[in-house]
Design a protein around this ligand. Structure first.
Ligand SMILES: [Fe+2]
Length: 254
């Protein structure tokens, strides 16, 4: 059976220079180590999905760093913005990777949604984004659908993070469920691994390529888990295999 293999990296939090630190971690170095691990795991040829917060504060140089790094490695990549990103600067600066909201294969359509609102940490789907989503879903009634977004459409058990849940999640769920072949949602933002059943739609959240948040925290708290990525295998019959790979040998001080 044909398998579409993807790799999700999320919440890179890069800065203007390679030695930039975010929460005392060199985020460009940890991204490079994640990419090296993906190669060592035999997944270097598979398309990358970057699900937001590529920059730590919308710096154009952060997007240039990603553009140069991934194009020099010959990567294929789809991306969407997070709350720390600037969509306009991403579109200007990611010269080798234009924004592709819909990626289509023989059996699957992958939708890269923008759940970010300017100057707000929380997520919501704008009217125009909902309209475009509705159009895409109606254009592909027979394809399996994978939906990617930055924010979580479900609660994850941390009060401070759950305030960022997609505000119009009920409306979004109604639209996605009406299609009948939305096989999963993948997201970032919560810097931890989390799986949920969103009233019939599986939701997979993925840890960051740099620092992680402590699960089940009332207030902001960091975890001591290392960088990670998610592997995703999409089968032609709609089945999904996925899992998270942590870089347990990673040392921030190497
Ligand atoms: Fe975020």
């Amino acid at each position: 059976m044909a398998v579409l293999k993807l790799t999700q990296m999320t919440d890179l939090h890069l800065g203007p220079t390679p030695d930039f630190k975010c929460r005392s971690l060199e985020t460009f170095k940890s991204l490079q180590t994640v990419l090296d691990t993906i190669s060592a795991d035999g997944r270097s040829d598979y398309r990358l999905l970057l699900t937001g917060d590529i920059a730590s504060d919308g710096q154009p140089e952060a997007y240039q760093l990603v553009d140069q790094l991934l194009s020099s490695k010959g990567k294929q990549m789809l991306w969407l913005p997070g709350n720390h990103d600037r969509m306009d600067l991403m579109q200007q600066t990611l010269k080798n990777f234009p924004y592709i909201p819909l990626y289509e294969t023989e059996h699957w359509a992958i939708l890269m949604l923008n759940s970010s609102i300017a100057d707000q940490p929380g997520g919501a789907m704008s009217n125009s984004e909902m309209q475009q989503l509705e159009k895409h879903l109606s254009n592909f009634p027979h394809k399996n659908i994978l939906v990617a977004m930055h924010h979580s459409p479900v609660e994850v058990g941390s009060d401070w993070v759950d305030q960022h849940r997609i505000a119009n999640h009920r409306q979004l769920h109604q639209l996605l469920a009406s299609h009948g072949k939305v096989r999963a949602v993948i997201n970032g933002h919560i810097h931890q691994s989390h799986e949920a059943d969103w009233d019939g739609i599986p939701v997979y959240a993925t840890p960051s390529t740099c620092f992680q948040f402590k699960p089940n925290s009332v207030d902001f708290a960091l975890d001591d888990l290392p960088p990670a990525y998610r592997w995703i295998d999409l089968y032609s019959d709609g089945k999904i295999d996925t899992g998270v790979k942590y870089l347990h040998a990673f040392s921030a001080n190497k």
